[in-house]
Design a protein around this ligand. Structure first.
Ligand code: 5GP
Ligand code: ZN
Length: 136
């Protein structure tokens, strides 16, 4: 399904032009318009899924396989020193476009990209509680 009000549906399906690195029947890979670093790319499914909870398993598999291919190309062609894969879900997590997408962020020495957090602590009590609550 497509959402006629969704900019990423339009970009993914070619209604709005984009700097495309790859396209097939399921996804389009584009350069981010406001890149965190040189080569920052986004993988957009052509179907509309708002987030990770909604995306179907086949498309999710295809996205990560595409990420692997694109990251390998970045390593080989740009000589990047590392890659972060980022995928935000929900406003609180930094999602601003509510069409599932995966960021591929190439990393370079002293690039000032900030993907960090303060390490917390996991008590024995919390650990037991979380294993109980979160086990699949
Ligand atoms: P989010 O914050 O939702 O995880 O990421 C949205 C990303 O989409 C941002 O990095 C932003 O720069 C990028 N973006 C937003 N609008 C456009 C657009 O029209 N074209 C492209 N290429 N990227 C966009
Ligand atoms: Zn969409």
């Amino acid at each position: 399904m497509k959402d006629s009000n969704c900019i990423f549906c339009k970009i993914a399906n070619g209604e709005i032009p984009s700097a495309t690195l790859f396209e097939d029947e399921k996804v389009r890979v584009i350069l981010d318009i406001s890149p965190a670093s040189k080569g920052h790319a986004l993988i957009l499914p052509k179907e509309h899924y708002a987030n990770l909870y909604e995306i179907d398993d086949e498309t999710a598999k295809h996205v990560i396989i595409t990420a692997k291919r694109q990251a390998t190309k970045m390593r080989d062609a740009l000589g990047v020193e590392g890659i972060n894969i980022v995928q935000n879900n929900g406003e609180i997590a930094g999602q601003t476009v509510f069409h599932y997408h995966m960021h591929i962020v190439p990393r370079y020495k002293d690039d000032n990209v900030n993907i960090k957090w303060e390490p917390g602590e996991l008590s024995e009590e919390k650990k037991a509680e979380l294993i109980k609550k979160l086990s699949l």
